[in-house]
Design a protein. Structure first.
Length: 226
């Protein structure tokens, strides 16, 4: 049986789901986003303190790399078609999306924790194939990046304490420049995420895992010397 026939055979075994607004891929994406956004917002002060800690960053890189390597070794193989509980994003459940949202909190709280790594690894642990986990992670990156960029911009222009790092645009030209900068940065970030997803879909996480482990050890050594 060739790969195409195997995919068709695997697809035929999946039941037809009766989708609601919540169980639609868009609804699942927003559910995971809310699960991440609320705790991340409440933990803003803790996140700010962690950003200044090289030790936390080093451990996050090291532990994240190890987790990435183990999960990819155990669940990342695409040679066996149909062995995953969830082969497509359309087959995801609400508990899976909530679980991925919870795991994404780690990337907000601990600097050095890859958002993509945490969501993809969480998806694979929840029974998703690498492809479906990659696709959902990409969908989830869109509202996450928009919210994070908008919140950082607001904090920069209107901080609670101290002098703002910038000022609100005063005329139409400045607004246009600001919007262009925002759109360009968002599109570039989205393109990078899309490239990363495509690369990982074909080659796996192992090179990134090794890189994170090496950098994590280097950061920890640097922090201890300092």
């Amino acid at each position: 049986m060739n790969v195409a026939a195997a995919r068709e055979s695997g697809a035929s075994r999946h039941p037809t789901f009766c989708r609601t607004a919540l169980t639609h891929p868009l609804g699942l994406t927003m559910a995971a986003f809310v699960v991440t956004a609320v705790p991340a917002f409440l933990l803003t002060k803790i996140i700010g303190k962690h950003l200044e800690s090289l030790v936390i960053m080093g451990w996050a890189l090291l532990i994240g790399g190890i987790i990435m390597w183990i999960v990819d070794a155990l669940y990342g193989s695409t040679r066996t078609i149909g062995r995953h509980q969830t082969e497509r994003v359309e087959e995801m459940s609400v508990p899976q999306s909530i679980w991925i949202g919870i795991c994404q909190i780690a990337s907000a709280v601990f600097p050095g924790t890859s958002r993509s790594m945490s969501t993809i690894a969480a998806g694979q642990l929840a029974g998703m194939s690498r492809t479906s986990a990659l696709e959902f992670s990409f969908f989830l990156s869109i509202p996450t990046m928009v919210a994070a960029t908008g919140y950082d911009l607001l904090r920069t222009l209107r901080p609670k304490h101290g002098t703002p790092l910038g000022t609100m645009p005063a005329d139409a030209h400045q607004w246009i420049v600001l919007v262009i900068g925002f759109v360009v940065s968002f599109v570039v970030a989205l393109a990078v995420v899309a490239w990363f997803m495509n690369w990982v879909r074909q080659r796996g996480f192992t090179p990134f895992a090794i890189y994170r482990i090496i950098v994590g050890i280097a950061v920890l050594v640097w922090a201890m010397k300092g």
